[in-house]
Design a binder for this molecule. Structure first.
Ligand SMILES: [Zn+2]
Length: 105
């Protein structure tokens, strides 16, 4: 993951997050040419994936590819978890699954 360039104010925010809720501070940062990486020590692969998904979700990004999600789910009023591309891919898969199920009947 590419580091996010930060300024002194964001450094303060990261430090504050780290004290309050370390999960919020997780990330890869670039400060004046120095890389700061905050991640959970000895996190399992599953934990890391979960954190990545959570971070993307919290930032309104597609949980699969990290693209900005702009469309909201009309029934909940919340942003979709997936971008248009991945949402249609999953819709299609679900339809195929449903079709396969129907054939078996
Ligand atoms: Zn996507």
């Amino acid at each position: 993951m590419e580091p996010v360039k930060v300024n002194p104010a964001s450094l303060d925010k990261i430090a504050a997050d780290l004290k309050k809720d370390p999960e919020l501070a997780i990330g890869n940062y670039l400060y004046k040419g120095y890389r700061i990486q905050i991640s959970k020590y000895k996190a399992s692969g599953a934990e890391r994936v979960q954190q990545l998904y959570k971070r993307r979700r919290d930032n309104g990004l597609c949980i699969v590819c990290g693209t900005k999600v702009t469309r909201k789910n009309p029934s909940t009023g919340k942003l979709y978890r997936l971008c248009d591309t991945h949402r249609s891919l999953i819709d299609q898969k679900n339809k195929e699954k449903a079709a396969a199920r129907n054939k078996k009947k």
